[in-house]
Design a protein around this ligand. Sequence first.
Ligand code: GCU
Length: 604
Amino acid sequence: MHKLWLQSFSNEMPLLNSPEEVARWELSQFHDASFSVCLRPEMGDGFEIDGDIITGGPTGVLYGAYTALFSSLTGKKHLKMRSEPAYRLRMLDFWDNLDGSVERGYAGRSLFFDHGGLHYDPQRIRFLARLLASCGINAVCINNVNVLFEAQRLMEDLLPDVAELAGLFRPFGIRLMLSCDFALPIRHGLPTADPLDQTVQDFWRSIAEKIWNAIPDFAGFVVKADSEHRPGPFTYGRSHAEGANMLGDAVEPFGGVVVWRAFVYNCQQDWRDTTTDRPKAAYEHYMPLDGAFHDNVLLQIKNGPFDFQVREPISPLLLSLRKTHLALEFQLTQEYTGHQIDIYSMPGLFSETFAQIPRGQLSAVAAVANIGRDDNYVGHPFAALNLFAYGCMAWQPDLSPRQVTELWCHLTYPSLSASCEEKLVQLLMDSREIYEKYTAPLGLCWMVNPGFHYGPSPDGYEYQSWGTYHKADRNAVGIDRTAQGTGYVLQYPPEIQKRYADPAVCPDHLLLFFHRVPYQAVMSDGRTLIQRIYDDHFEGCEAVDAMSQTLCQIAPSLPEDDSRVCLDRMEKQKLNAREWRDVVNTFFHRLSGADDAKGRKIYD
Ligand code: GCU
């Protein structure tokens, strides 16, 4: 069994009952370190390490144990530290369906479901729970936010099976959540799902009661409503606050939360309609509702205003809501970032995003899981870094990307030489920018093959209904989102507005997100836009070749399975990078008629 970053940890953990027992057992397995554990219930998730004494709350001792062990494995002894998580709720959202498929999953089929019900290997689930706990994750939502018809059964006849699964996660301090379908009452024969209808309210109250009877530490619901054809309160002329609060009230007596997703936009836009600009949608929708949500409702907002693109500015909603509990949502599964074939490391994304959000603004963090039934859980062995880093940085957002990448490399591949480890760290650190260079240029987004989202198709979404247009013509490309254009930039606080609104100070990597720029415009470094696009694509592709060479040097020192999978996927990444380079360069060459100043091959 692949142990990911718990490589040096022992294989067979007996059945244990509580985080404290797990902590003590984990510590007992390391003979060169001897720690004692002291429980202080009031410390909750928090812990203190003073030499060989770990003091912490009921879950804190577990996090303290992993921290102490990771430190001792990286050669740091005699720690004196105190730690508590930046965010109380650190969720992982699985987009798993009951038939075993995983929406946007690139690591094999579901670990939880198959054939219309729960179907799993308890050993693997326990190991998964151990992995998640070791990096601080404390809640998992096990089913797809798009609640397909049969998944509603998780709250019905399959509830006892869900309760059993919850029991496997419990000793690791991880609580279960379920995505729920807003129209569930209708399935049960009610004529409506109107949140203001008393029978609907009673219905949800009784569902909540059944769930909490079966799973006393159940954490709550995740809801995708009125989004991409999912049912929601709009059908009844009700607001999202009314919808979310109704569910919030139903789970309130049990201490539950409702995580309400803010991914609301018009997915049936006419491409001819230039008055609608999709990135504006969530802010326009939720800002007027600030302060209207009940205390146990969290609004879950994607890191950018579109949809987990390679590069997006931060969602303005994350910066502007003041009286609403917020959860930030990342996507670990590499839907738009290479399908776990191409290497794309996310610690930089996490760090940049957290750095822009004022402390205290968020109550929770969530990420779409990149996990499946593959032997290594994540498809590409290096994709485990994204999971690990997410957990660590949801706990401590100011960890540096290098720190967390080094720790992951060291724990995952303890026998790598220092020079190989450094090469691997650098390769991972550079991978995001490289991917960004050979795909859609400078914050333009999309340009992927529609539906599938791997590989280039510059006009693939151009005339579709999803609101994702680049409007490239023979002179210019990009959307003007300044005050003179769609006005999107006005959704940011003034100092950020200033930065994005002026093309002279707007960061290059977001230039085409905010501005419509002529190909011949001169950028800050003196190159024209078109030359920058060509250069990035040639350089990105060359960088993948260089990455491949580095990987060949490291591969013999990796475990055989990892080495095989990495080398095999690298061949695919090279092809993908080449395809992107040539398609994007040809696309812009045909439109602009501009030649590459360096005379490199662009296909006509
Ligand atoms: C993207 C993704 C969908 C997903 C949606 C969401 O649009 O392609 O598969 O359902 O995000 O976050 O709800």
